[in-house]
Design a protein around this ligand. Structure first.
Ligand code: ADP
Length: 201
C-alpha cells in the first residue's frame, strides 16, 4: 500500500514570488562543490556575511554542520552520500521557497547527485547556481586545514574524495572559480557579480 496516499499538498496563501517582492531580491540555491580544502566553507561564510550586510535574506547549509544533526546517521559510502544530498536538497528547496538566498557547501563528488538536486529547481528562474571551486589536489593537500588529507594518506579515513574516492568534475557549472589562483575576496566577488547580472539581488 502506498503510505503517502492520504497526504495532499497544502497550498500556501503566500507564494515564493510574494516573498521575492517583499524582500526585494529573489531566492536561489548557490551550490558550492569541490574537493575538501578547496575553500567551500570559507567562501560560503564570507559570501553569507557580505550578502547579510546588504540586507539579503541568506543562510548557509554546510556539509560538516548537517552531519552533526539532520544527517548524523549517515556515512560516506556512495549510497549514504546520495541520501545525505537528497535530504540537503529538500531542505534547500524549502529555504528557497521561504525566499532565502541559500548557500550550500558540499563536496558532492558525484555528478548524478548534484544533477538530482538541480532537477528540484526551476530552470527558467535560474534557481540553481552550481559553483565549482577548481583547486588542484596538491594545493588542497598542502592547505589541509583540518588535517584530513594527512589522515587519508595514512589510511585512517576510508573513502576520502580525491585520494581513495572519485570526484566528478562538473561538466557545465554556472560558475568556475580557481581558488588555487584567486583570493577569497575575489572569489566572493565573482559570485556576487553573477547574482547581480542575473538580477537575483
Ligand atoms: P572546504 O570547505 O572546501 O573543505 P575550507 O574552506 O574549510 O575548505 O578550507 C580552505 C582553506 O584554504 C582555508 O584555510 C582557507 O583560508 C584557505 N584558502 C586559501 N585561498 C583560498 C581561496 N582562494 N578560497 C578559499 N579558501 C582559500
Amino acid at each position: 500500500m502506498d503510505k503517502n496516499r492520504n497526504i495532499k499538498w497544502h497550498k500556501a496563501k503566500v507564494t515564493k514570488k510574494d516573498r521575492w517582492m517583499q524582500n526585494a531580491h529573489r531566492s536561489a540555491l548557490i551550490w558550492i562543490t569541490g574537493l575538501s580544502a578547496s575553500g567551500k566553507s570559507t567562501i560560503a561564510t564570507e559570501l553569507e556575511r557580505s550578502l547579510f550586510v546588504d540586507k539579503i535574506n541568506t543562510f548557509v547549509l554546510d556539509g560538516d554542520n548537517v552531519r552533526h544533526g539532520l544527517c548524523k546517521d549517515l556515512g560516506f559510502s556512495a549510497e549514504s552520500r546520495k541520501e545525505n544530498l537528497r535530504r540537503v536538497g529538500e531542505v534547500a528547496k524549502l529555504l528557497v521557497d521561504a525566499g532565502v538566498l541559500t548557500i550550500a557547501a558540499f563536496i558532492s563528488p558525484y555528478a548524478a547527485d548534484r544533477d538530482s538536486i538541480r532537477s528540484l529547481f526551476g530552470a527558467d528562474e535560474e534557481e540553481f547556481i552550481e559553483v565549482y571551486l577548481k583547486c588542484d589536489l596538491s594545493v588542497c593537500e598542502q592547505r589541509d586545514p583540518k588535517g584530513l588529507y594527512k589522515k587519508a594518506r595514512a589510511g585512517e579515513i576510508p573513502q576520502f574524495t580525491g585520494i581513495s574516492d572519485p570526484y566528478d568534475e562538473p561538466a557545465a557549472p554556472e560558475i568556475i572559480i580557481e581558488t588555487d589562483r584567486l583570493s577569497v575576496p575575489d572569489s566572493v566577488d565573482i559570485i556576487i557579480s553573477h547574482l547581480k547580472a542575473r538580477k537575483i539581488i
